[in-house]
Design a protein around this ligand. Structure first.
Ligand code: NAD
Length: 478
C-alpha cells in the first residue's frame, strides 16, 4: 500500500496533522493508496517555501529554465510506462489511453513551454519617447487540477508557470494523486531549486480552499467543475488575484445532412465516449439534421452498443471504469432523470458488472437517449460520463439556437461539407473552441478555454505566458 507525501521546499513530507484519505482503484474498488489530507498549515509551509525560492528562480536566465524543463520532459519520457500505469490505476481509464494520450501530452507540455521560454519577448514602441513593456513573473501561483486527465492538465499549468519564472504550489485532485507525486520526484531529480515546485495533496474544500485564500498566492489556474470555479472566484475576487477558470461543458456535436457520414459517426462516437465521457470537451448533445436522423441514430447506437467495457489493463478495452462509486451513482441518477423527463434510453443506462479482478469496479454502459427537449435538465446539465442525447433539428438557425441554449460554452464540433456554412456556424456558436469536421484536434499554440459558465480566461500558447506574468510599461524620455 502506497502512502503518498506532500512535496514542500524540495522535500517529501507527511501532512502536518497526520491525516490521510483512502484512494481507491476505480476498476476494482480496492484501496490502493493513502493520500495526505493536508490542512492550512501544510499550505502555509508550501507557500512559504515558494515565496522564499521566488527571487532566485525569477532571475534564472531563460536558457537555464529551458534546460530544466527539457530535462523534466526527458525524465517523464523515461518513466512513461510507470506513469501510464499509475494514471490508469488512479482514474480507471484504459491503460492504452494513458499511454497514447495522457503521458505523451504531459511530456509535450513541458517541451512546448520550454521552447516557448526561448522565444518569449516583449514589445517596444519607439516614438517621441521610448515606451517598452516588460512582463515579469507574478511570484507564487496555485495550479489546481481535476481527476479526469490528471498529469496532462496539471502539467498544462505547471510548465508555463515555471517557464515564465513563477514558483508553483500544485494541488492535484485527491482522487488522482499519484502522477503529481511522481512529477515532484522528477522535478527534484531534474535539479530544480528547492521550493520552486511544491505539491500539497488533500481535499478541495480544505487544502484547495486554503491555497485559494492564501494572501501570498498571486494567481490561481484552476480546472474543474463550474460550481467549484464559482466558489474560487468568490474568494479570489476581493483579493484581486489573477484567475483562469477552465470549467464544465455541455458540448454540441452538430451533424448536417451534407456531412461526411462515415467519419461523422465515427468521430461523434469518439467525442461522446472517449475516456468514458469524462473529458470536458466530450460532445454530449448530438444534434442531427432531420433527413439524416434515422440513419445516424441507427449507426450511432449500434456502435455505442458494441463498445467494449472492461478491465483498463486489457488492451482490447474501449471503456474503463468511472472515477468513483459516487460519480457512478450521479451518472445513474441522470439516466433516471432522463426517463422522468420523457427520454427513451436507446442503449446502456445501467451499471455493468464485470467478473474476476474488476467485479467491484465502477463500470457504466455507454448510453444514448433520445426524445428529450433541448431545455430539459439532462440537456442542460453536465453529466461527465458516458451518457449522450440525440436531438433532431431542421434548419441551421435552429441548430445554432439549441447549441447555444445552455449556460455552458466550452467546445463544439460541426460536421458539414458546405464551406460557407461551416464558417458561418463557427462564427455564431458561443463556444471557446469549434472543430469543423473533426474533434479534439489540438495545437498547443491556440487559446484554450470556454465562454459563459465554461470558464474565464484562456490557457495555451502565449495566453499562458500572459496569464503567468504581469506587464509593466516603462517610458524613457528621449
Ligand atoms: P472539482 O471542481 O470537484 O475539483 C477540481 C479540483 O479542485 C480538485 O483538485 C479539487 O480538490 C479542487 N477543489 C474542490 N473544491 C475546491 C475549493 N473550494 N477550493 C479550491 N479547490 C477546490 O472537479 P472534478 O470533479 O475534479 O473534475 C470534473 C470537472 O472538471 C468537470 O466539470 C469537467 O468539465 C471539468 N473539467 C474542465 C476542463 C476544461 O478544460 N474546461 C478540463 C477537465 C475537466
Amino acid at each position: 500500500m502506497q502512502r503518498l507525501s506532500n512535496f514542500i521546499g524540495g522535500e517529501f513530507s507527511p501532512p502536518i496533522e497526520g491525516r490521510y484519505l483512502e484512494k481507491r482503484d476505480p476498476a476494482t474498488g480496492e484501496v490502493i493508496a493513502f493520500v495526505p489530507a493536508s490542512g492550512a498549515q501544510d499550505v502555509e509551509a508550501a507557500v512559504a517555501a515558494a515565496q522564499q525560492a521566488f527571487p532566485q528562480w525569477a532571475a534564472v536566465p531563460a536558457e537555464e529554465r529551458f534546460s530544466l524543463l527539457m530535462r523534466v520532459a526527458e525524465l517523464l519520457e523515461a518513466r512513461s510506462e510507470e506513469l501510464a500505469l499509475a494514471e490508469s490505476r488512479d482514474t480507471g481509464k484504459p491503460l492504452w489511453l494513458a499511454r497514447q494520450v495522457d503521458i505523451p501530452r504531459a511530456i509535450r507540455n513541458f517541451r512546448f513551454f520550454a521552447a516557448a521560454v526561448l522565444h518569449w519577448s516583449s514589445e517596444a514602441y519607439p516614438a517621441q519617447a521610448l515606451h517598452y513593456t516588460i512582463r515579469q513573473p507574478l511570484g507564487v501561483v496555485a495550479c489546481i487540477a481535476p481527476w479526469n486527465l490528471p498529469l496532462y492538465l496539471l502539467t498544462w499549468k505547471v510548465a508555463p508557470a515555471l517557464a515564465a519564472g513563477n514558483c508553483v504550489v500544485a494541488k492535484p485532485s485527491e482522487l488522482t494523486p499519484t502522477t503529481a507525486t511522481m512529477l515532484a520526484q522528477i522535478i527534484q531529480q531534474a535539479g530544480f531549486p528547492a521550493g520552486v515546485f511544491n505539491v500539497v495533496h488533500g481535499e478541495g474544500s480544505v487544502a484547495g480552499a486554503a491555497l485559494v485564500a492564501h494572501p501570498a498566492v498571486r494567481a490561481i489556474s484552476f480546472t474543474g467543475g463550474t460550481h467549484t470555479g464559482r466558489e474560487i472566484a468568490r474568494i479570489a475576487a476581493p483579493l484581486f488575484k489573477k484567475l483562469t477558470l477552465e470549467l464544465g461543458g455541455k458540448n454540441p456535436t452538430i451533424i448536417f445532412t451534407d456531412s461526411p457520414f462515415e467519419q461523422a459517426v465515427a468521430e461523434a462516437v469518439r467525442a461522446a465516449f472517449s475516456n468514458q465521457g469524462e473529458i470536458c470537451l466530450c460532445g454530449s448533445r448530438i444534434l442531427v439534421q432531420r433527413p439524416l436522423y434515422e440513419r445516424f441514430r441507427q449507426e450511432f447506437v449500434q456502435r455505442a452498443r458494441t463498445l467494449r467495457v472492461g478491465d483498463p489493463l486489457d488492451p482490447s478495452t474501449q471503456q474503463g471504469a468511472l472515477i468513483s462509486e459516487a460519480h457512478l451513482q450521479r451518472v445513474l441518477s441522470y439516466v433516471e432523470l432522463a426517463r422522468q423527463e420523457g427520454g427513451i434510453v436507446l442503449c446502456g443506462g445501467e451499471q455493468i458488472r464485470l467478473e474476476g479482478r474488476c467485479r467491484n469496479g465502477y463500470f457504466f454502459a455507454p448510453t444514448v437517449i433520445e426524445e428529450l427537449g433541448p431545455k430539459c435538465r439532462v440537456n442542460q446539465e453536465e453529466i461527465f460520463g458516458p451518457v449522450v442525447t440525440l436531438l433532431p433539428f431542421d434548419e441551421e438557425e435552429e441548430a445554432i439556437a439549441i447549441a447555444n441554449g445552455t449556460p455552458y460554452g466550452l467546445a463544439a464540433s460541426v460536421w458539414t461539407e458546405n464551406l460557407a456554412r461551416a464558417h458561418r456556424v463557427a462564427g455564431a456558436l458561443q463556444a471557446g473552441i469549434v472543430w469543423i469536421n473533426c474533434w479534439m484536434v489540438r495545437d498547443l499554440r491556440t487559446p484554450f478555454g470556454g465562454m459563459k459558465q465554461s470558464g474565464l480566461g484562456r490557457e495555451g500558447g502565449w495566453e499562458a505566458f500572459y496569464f503567468f506574468t504581469e506587464p509593466k510599461s516603462v517610458t524613457v524620455a528621449l
